[in-house]
Design a protein around this ligand. Sequence first.
Ligand code: GLY
Length: 374
Amino acid sequence: MTTFDPTASLEVRAAQALDFAQEQVRGLITRHPDFFPLYTEEGKWQHGRESWTNWCEGFLGGMMWIFTRRDGDPFWRERAEHYSRLIEERQFDTEVHDLGFVFWSTWKRWFDLTGDPEIQARVIQAGRTMGLRFNEEGKFLRSFVAPESCFIDIMMNVGIIFYAANETHDKDLLRKAREHCLTTRRHLVRGDGSTAHEGIFDLQTGEFLRESTHQGWRADSSWARGLTWALYGFGTAYRFSGDDRFLDAAERCADFYMSRTPGHGVPPNDWEEPSPRLPYESSAAAIAASGLFQLATLARDAERGAAYEAYARTILDTLLTTEFLAVDTPGWEGILKHGSYHERKDLGVDESVMWGEYFFVEALDKLLGAPAAS
Ligand code: GLY
């Protein structure tokens, strides 16, 4: 059993939470080998309820690569390779808009550790496959639901297209990545820094028709996780392109998040919903923390950068309490409680969610920095 001292410093609690994360992931893969869950049901990963879409298969392996890099444990290294190999064929998957999630967390981390071009080739292929989703009339990457649909979530997957284009000097692929970001910035990021979940386009003319949502309260509201995908994703797009417009979009989303969320740093599922079903959507907070750590390194001035880093620490200070960390919740198989997947479909509501686990572990890894040499 992991020790967790709720009165310890942020860094000590983060290190203890990473130990707990290893314990929970080890428990999951021992109980259910080669199983890729999305969310728990009453704290249990195995339940047979629907996935809606297949986008979470990189997050388990991704956590294993983080554990490997931090501790050099051969157990995690072997499991990380195994869980990455299980999803290798997804590099050719044209059904989803999520190959960034799937390959950036796994094969890209594997490549970063080894520099092996054979490993990198899978990441590049995944980026090229994502590029096939580009609609020339509307200048966006289509979502998995329909050709006329563009999701804000895709901002978190466009980084892998920039990467593939830069590594292969493919100007046309680079154009598609840039144009998708510009279209998203124009139509899905609003003037106040909030975001729409989905944009619907006319396929013949490319005209933007309307906002829509699947997981938020309503079309013109502000679904929290969607905004955090934009906050993080526009930061990544700026990192790969140097285009100031993308930094501006990331900062506007960050400023909206910080001004509209209660002081503890964890938003509800949607900021506009008058009586939210639940007070917290912890996975959005975990994504925001990791995205803000990145934005702190990119921000235009030191004061802004410091504010983003301080806010990321505030979020983690809240998540590193037993209200959120499942460390003293008997029988709970996840790491982080109070995440929600899809309230409208009643899937994974007030549960642990696999992307929440991954981005929480990633944020803790960023907070703690490189492990001390032993
Ligand atoms: N479909 C990605 C998400 O639920 O955030």
